[in-house]
Design a protein around this ligand. Structure first.
Ligand SMILES: NC(=O)c1ccc[n+]([C@@H]2O[C@H](COP(=O)([O-])OP(=O)(O)OC[C@H]3O[C@@H](n4cnc5c(N)ncnc54)[C@H](OP(=O)(O)O)[C@@H]3O)[C@@H](O)[C@H]2O)c1
Length: 319
């Protein structure tokens, strides 16, 4: 909402105006204001206070809610469900069936529902877009949409900020637990950080890139995965001192029978550009048939970076 507000004038120059007619979450329930919620209130310290977001008690599901708010666009940002991609898939499907564009920052529906949601969007003349799902606002999916007749052979990268920050802080002297606490205090890691530290978040991102960019439907469970929890702090420090730092490396390589993909800690030489990706930054290197080396590096992303991916999707959908 803050970014939509900040960019309102620029959006006007693109012929785009907006108002927020519905908000929903587990705690809030289904909220409706067809006249449009006041964005300043929503960005304030207590957006849910004073009944501003009164739950519409007569609404019981996403279909009723979409009808009530007369949505043109749904921004879906529920938590990642690694195993099923739900409830995001149901929410996005409902939006497209209703006739709204479906935008998500959640990678779950990309790996568990890509083909279905893409085809549904096409049949409805709407867009299913998910730029923020991998590397926040960095333009990965939109970049490849702009590269016609290209064949992605492989990629490798660092795609999980939390583990990269934890490894960086361990190299600098913190314990594993202290590094996790720092990642939590920065709002990166959740209370239960295991989705990141066990490599699941990175694995779902690899599955999303393989599914969409390589055209090979791939579930996270099909990817060889190892997190960083088995690494000892003294080994991480020694590895950096010997010029071979540990990184949680994501890889995918096209083979004669499909794609081989993995996520796991690896020691990299300092000559490898991935070894210089520190803290919360992330990077991915693509090898294509015509562009042998193409890289995207994202330094120090914040929550606005993620919001920008969703804003860019919004502009692509309605512009
Ligand atoms: N944070 C980032 O920088 C970032 C970057 C890239 C992608 N993403 C993706 O963006 C999504 C949101 O991230 P986040 O950090 O905001 O996650 P989060 O802290 O887990 O918040 C998720 C939100 O979704 C709501 N929610 C979860 N399950 C729900 C359900 N079953 N029904 C209705 N509402 C539900 C929660 O509502 P309640 O609070 O009411 O429970 C909460 O408002 C995730 O999929 C994440 O992977 C985030």
């Amino acid at each position: 909402v803050q970014l939509l507000q900040k960019k309102r004038a620029e959006l006007h120059t693109l012929g785009i105006d907006w108002r927020i007619t519905g908000i929903a979450s587990r705690r809030l329930g289904w909220c409706v204001n067809t006249g449009g919620f006041d964005p300043e209130n929503l960005c304030g310290a207590d957006p849910c206070g004073a009944g501003a977001l009164a739950r519409e008690k007569s609404i019981n599901d996403v279909h009723q809610w979409l009808r009530s708010v007369q949505a043109n666009v749904l921004f879906e940002a529920t938590s990642l469900n690694v195993a099923s991609g739900q409830p995001a898939i149901d929410n996005l499907r409902a939006a497209l069936e209703f006739g709204a564009h479906a935008i998500t920052a959640n990678k779950g529906p990309v790996v568990h529902g890509y083909q279905e949601l893409r085809d549904l969007a096409q049949s409805k003349g709407k867009r299913f877009l998910f730029e923020s799902a991998v590397m926040d606002g960095a333009p990965i999916f939109s970049l490849f949409r702009e590269l016609p007749a290209i064949h992605l052979k492989s990629f490798r990268g660092i795609l999980n900020s939390t583990t990269n920050l934890i490894l960086t802080e361990m190299e600098r002297g913190m314990t594993f637990d202290e590094s996790v606490e720092k990642a939590q205090s920065l709002g990166l890691a959740e209370t239960d950080p295991s989705n990141d530290t066990e490599g699941w978040d990175a694995t779902v991102k690899v599955a999303a890139l393989v599914t969409v960019l390589m055209g090979v439907p791939t579930k996270p469970q099909q990817i060889q995965r190892e997190g960083i929890t088995r690494l000892k702090v003294e080994d991480v420090r020694a590895a950096r001192q010997h010029g071979q730092p540990y990184k949680l490396v994501c890889r995918a390589q096209r083979t004669s029978s499909g794609v081989e993909a993995s996520v796991g800690p690896q020691q990299l030489p300092l000559s490898d550009p991935l070894s210089a990706v520190a803290g919360t930054s992330s990077a991915v290197y693509f090898e294509t048939d015509v562009l042998p080396g193409l890289a995207i590096i994202e330094s120090n992303p914040g929550v606005e970076t993620t919001a920008y991916g969703m804003l860019a999707d919004f502009i692509h959908a309605v512009g």
